[in-house]
Design a protein around this ligand. Structure first.
Ligand SMILES: [Zn+2]
Length: 193
């Protein structure tokens, strides 16, 4: 009796544990969305922030210049020079960096897209039934030739599929008939003799 009660308690504890784990997992699953939002926000405001920094830098330089030109004493010009001149240039540099990296990032994204498109195109071309097969299915693929032809091919080559008078040729037949390997399907070279 006591045994059963403790079993029940243990089971309940396990259920609660599982529920807590589920809740924790749900919470962590929501995290990437938040990260995505902030990344998007950062990317969207980055060029704006760059231009604002450059504008602030320009204003600081102009104010610094006006301050310096109004002060006759060199000692009193130094604060204007430091905060206006140097501070302004730092702001402009940081702003330009923001804009520069934003531009670079966009170029890289475009490159990625082009690379994807090339990959897709490549996959489509290779999946065509009449695509030339290069390398790969090596020595086991049978070689064929057209009757009276001067070249030999892989049996899957588009130069011979569906043509009349296609016959399988072995190494001996190839060397006897002096057949050259096809330049399109590039069959395995066959040793003469
Ligand atoms: Zn061929």
């Amino acid at each position: 009796m006591a045994d059963r009660a403790s079993n029940e308690a243990a089971k309940q504890a396990k259920d609660a544990d599982a529920a807590a784990k589920r809740a924790g997992r749900a919470a962590t699953e929501e995290l990437p969305d938040v990260g995505l939002f902030w990344r998007w926000a950062g990317q969207a405001t980055r060029p704006v922030a760059g231009w604002i920094l450059i504008a602030l830098g320009a204003i600081a330089i102009v104010v610094g210049y006006l301050g310096v030109s109004r002060e006759a004493l060199v000692a009193k010009q130094i604060p204007y020079l430091v905060s206006g001149g140097i501070g302004g240039m730092v702001l402009v540099a940081v702003g330009a960096f923001f804009l520069g990296t934003e531009d670079l990032r966009r170029q890289l994204l475009r490159l990625d897209r082009i690379e994807e498109q090339v990959d897709e195109l490549h996959a489509v071309l290779l999946s065509r039934r009449d695509a030339p097969t290069r390398g790969g299915n090596g020595a086991s693929g049978s070689t064929v030739a057209l009757a009276g032809g001067s070249t030999y091919h892989r049996s899957s080559c588009q130069m011979v599929t569906g043509k009349h008078g296609v016959e399988e040729v072995n190494a001996r037949a190839i060397s006897r008939r002096n057949l050259e390997p096809c330049g399109i399907c590039e069959p395995q070279p066959v040793k003469a003799g």
